[in-house]
Design a protein around this ligand. Structure first.
Ligand SMILES: NC(=O)c1ccc[n+]([C@@H]2O[C@H](COP(=O)([O-])OP(=O)(O)OC[C@H]3O[C@@H](n4cnc5c(N)ncnc54)[C@H](OP(=O)(O)O)[C@@H]3O)[C@@H](O)[C@H]2O)c1
Length: 328
């Protein structure tokens, strides 16, 4: 194929951003040792920020956005991959500094790819996507801190979002009592179906609060940051831990050290973008066993390639529930 369909983000001389669905020549692709036919992609919050230009996610112009894809290898000079291999890519700056997933073809560094695990289809891999794989990294961080189900409830903030909804599904399957914090309490039935035992209104946590409050949870997955994370930390039980991965409310952390020094609470940072390959492979193999694929299906909305630009705006406006998958 000499031309293929892609979403392209460009900037004019005044740095005004525009986005279009266009055709790109294979001759113009960026460097890489593996070329992949993209079969499925997804819409993460970061993709929304890139396409709307709301945050400076894109750092090379023009850019094909999309931080996640599942596809089949077409050509490879990388010793670890051969034509026909089923692969997944999450992060590594793809869709930010290197042309990404919102295209029929992607050429990337083979070291960024992992083989798609048995038992996970291309659609399921993208239904999980960076959001779901990050949720798994958060759960693994809690486990490494010995936050087991018998220690008490765990809170998940941003519950209806991609990270939150997958985190609830995994944690409930592992036997945790999950408290889901959401601004969309009308989605209670959906969240309970995913496995949430209790729902709280996110307003309880999103305003400036006291440095410490009643001990309510042993651990948590926070996709929201800002006052929410500060309040979550202040209500964590003695010796508990919170895995922080997101900034949906804000990137600030207006907290005190009191939960850390009086209750021995730990704040566990989680990054998916540069996570080493061994940790990625462990997270994906855990997803194959610890995520209920029926629940994954129920939190997934399928769209077409042509709907990607609109869905990217929707996610920034908080209109998307769960995960969105686009099949090529
Ligand atoms: N560290 C990493 O490597 C990594 C990887 C993936 C994602 N992230 C970050 O994690 C966050 C979540 O990603 P996502 O893909 O799950 O996004 P998402 O699908 O848009 O979900 C974010 C959720 O946060 C809640 N929320 C939105 N605005 C809020 C506000 N002002 N105050 C409180 N809650 C708010 C909403 O949940 P409710 O409607 O239920 O309230 C929303 O659904 C993003 O900040 C993303 O950048 C980081």
């Amino acid at each position: 194929m000499s031309n293929f369909k892609a979403v392209l983000i460009s900037r004019d001389e005044d740095k005004k951003q525009s986005v279009e669905m266009t055709e790109i020549s294979t001759d113009d692709m960026m460097e890489g040792d593996v070329t992949v036919a993209v079969e499925a992609t997804t819409v993460n919050y970061k993709d929304g920020l890139a396409i709307t230009g709301k945050s400076p996610v894109v750092r090379h112009w023009p850019m094909v956005p999309g931080i996640d894809f599942a596809g089949k290898v077409l050509e490879s000079s990388n010793p670890n991959f051969a034509e026909g291999d089923d692969v997944i890519l999450n992060g590594w700056g793809v869709g930010e500094t290197h042309w990404g997933a919102y295209a029929e073809r992607a050429r990337v560094n083979g070291d960024w790819l992992i083989k798609r695990p048995d038992g996970i289809s291309a659609k399921q891999a993208m239904s999980i996507g960076t959001a779901g794989y990050t949720a798994m990294l958060c759960v693994m961080a809690l486990e490494s801190h010995q936050i087991t189900p018998d220690r008490g409830p765990v809170i998940v903030t941003g519950a209806n979002g991609g990270v939150g909804s997958v985190a609830i599904s995994i944690l409930s399957k592992l036997g945790y009592h999950v408290i889901a914090s959401t601004g969309r309490t009308d989605e209670e039935a959906f969240l309970k179906e995913l496995g949430a035992a209790e729902i709280i209104d996110r307003n309880e946590l999103s305003e400036p609060g006291r440095p410490m409050g009643k001990e309510r949870w042993a651990g948590g997955v926070d996709a929201v940051g800002s006052h929410t994370l500060a309040n979550v930390l202040g209500q964590t039980k003695y010796g508990g831990a919170i895995a922080a991965c997101g900034l949906a409310q804000g990137f600030d952390l207006p907290a005190t050290v009191m939960p850390f020094i009086l209750r021995g609470v730990s704040l566990l940072g989680v990054d998916s973008v540069q996570a080493p390959k061994a940790i990625r492979e462990m997270a994906w193999s855990r997803l194959a066993t610890d995520l209920d694929m029926g629940k994954l299906e129920s939190l997934t909305t399928e769209i077409g390639f042509d709907d990607l630009i609109g869905a990217a705006s929707d996610i920034v406006e908080g209109k998307i529930r769960g995960r969105v998958v686009a099949m090529m």
